[in-house]
Design a protein around this ligand. Structure first.
Ligand SMILES: C=C(O[C@@H]1C=C(C(=O)O)C=C[C@H]1O)C(=O)O
Length: 246
């Protein structure tokens, strides 16, 4: 039987899931690659893999997309790894550099700036551009909050805006996946979440960053009804962004 190809995120937020997959029988039935989120998205969209930990903003681009697991990368309020870092308060941001690793958080920044903060901002993907503010996600943000005059946690800002939790990435397939495999996959992800203490033991400490708080409290991993509602609302806002004349 050919193996199911899976692309997972290479960040700390996904370590418990990886632990679960690696400590379950399912590891022999999958081809696992670890990628930055934007590459996860590209691989699921192109069909290079069958399942990916897909940035939710890019789910509409996946042919035959299906969420295949009960677990995700989410938060309810602050997540502590998805930021707008800025030299000026948000009211004064005129230019913002997006993060090439991201699909969801770049769009979340656009949605929040336009619909919550009512700001027209110029966005760039040019890594060398000098801007008032930047989007930064994942491990590269750990312990960096104090390096900037302003750090806006976008999980918290989304909660302030909508009252809802958030879902950054979900396990999405681009083809029919058997119930049997889905059940085994879910069980493996759950096993990983139940072994977060082991995961923590293997992580090198990070200055100015509480990894335990991150893995147990800031990150929330369940695909709940409210998180699905948030995803739907977020995707609607993204559509409105795209319909705006430039
Ligand atoms: C919480 C996070 O969630 C993520 C953010 C993503 C994005 O912005 O596209 C995609 C996957 C997740 O890794 C994070 O990376 O810090």
């Amino acid at each position: 039987m050919s193996k199911i190809k899976i692309s997972a995120v290479a960040y700390t937020n996904t370590k418990a899931f990886i632990y679960g997959l690696q400590h379950s029988e399912i590891i022999n039935k999958i081809d696992l690659s670890l990628d930055i989120p934007s590459d996860c998205a590209a691989k699921v969209i192109s069909g290079q893999v069958d399942i990916g930990l897909m940035p939710v903003a890019a789910i509409p681009l996946v042919p035959n997309a299906n969420i295949v697991a009960d677990y995700c990368i989410g938060s309810d309020g602050a997540v502590n790894s998805v930021f707008i870092f800025s030299n000026v308060p948000v009211e004064e941001i005129k230019t913002l550099r997006l993060d090439s690793h991201s699909r969801t958080s770049n769009n979340l920044a656009k949605v929040l700036l336009k619909f919550y903060w009512n700001k027209e901002v110029e966005f760039t993907t040019d890594a060398n551009a000098k801007t008032d503010a930047i989007v930064l996600i994942g491990d590269r943000t750990f312990g960096k909050k104090d390096d900037f005059a302003f750090a806006y946690d976008m999980g918290q800002e989304w909660k302030n805006f909508t009252g809802l939790p958030f879902m950054y990435a979900a396990w999405v397939s681009n083809k029919e996946i058997s119930q049997e495999f889905k059940a085994e996959f879910n069980a493996a992800l759950k096993l990983g979440l139940n072994h977060r203490q082991e995961v923590l033991k293997d992580l090198p400490p990070v200055e100015n960053f509480d990894l335990e708080d991150y893995l147990y409290r800031k990150l929330q991993f369940e695909v709940t009804a409210d998180r699905k509602k948030a995803m739907k609302l977020f995707l609607e806002y993204i559509e409105h962004l795209e319909k705006e004349p430039v």
